[in-house]
Design a protein around this ligand. Sequence first.
Ligand code: ADP
Length: 207
Amino acid sequence: MAYIIGLTGGIGSGKSTIADLFAELGVPIVDADVVAREVVAPGSPLLVQIAEYFGQQVITAEGVLDRAALRQIVFADKEKTEWLNQLLHPAIRQRMLSQLQQQTALYVLWVVPLLIENKLTEYCDRVLVVDVSEAVQLQRAVRRDNNNIQQIKKIMQAQVGRQQRLAKADDVINNDRILSESKNDLRAQVLQLHQHYLALAGKKHEK
Ligand code: ADP
């Protein structure tokens, strides 16, 4: 079993940005957002169940899940949200764990926005937190998602707070500085962590 590094951080903190730097070093990535799309891929049993429950209006002409349409329907409907979560969450978790188990590299980076909220830290050998100030987080998330401030604030409130997240961290990368000025430093930090993780993973492997 590969050594598992859980990478987490709030919305817009820079998880994807940092994960890309690990990927550049050849580190395999298991990404919760990717897996969440895979479980409802066209033709998947879960997509069939979703179409049966919500109707064809949540499926596009191309046979893909229409996430915006689905969001509209489940929005403010507790029962439907619950139904959807009970269908998706176990499937996503199972698929992530199976992907983690299949890794042959010394360590794997597991990118999970809600790692702490969903108590997935127990599956990690180590937790790496991408940390930014709330002001920076809000600004970047709003800009990236073309969302209004209120929507992003609501998502931030549903996630654990900065201090709570940091309390679970074994390692922290701060991502407050703008990328054009900090990319080389971030690369250096990632390289240092990479070497540290290889050493830790190697030790575990020897046991
Ligand atoms: P997450 O995956 O945690 O939601 P992203 O890596 O997608 O966060 O980053 C959020 C947004 O902010 C993206 O548009 C990304 O390009 C941008 N971004 C990330 N880090 C920086 C940075 N240090 N400086 C400027 N922009 C950044």
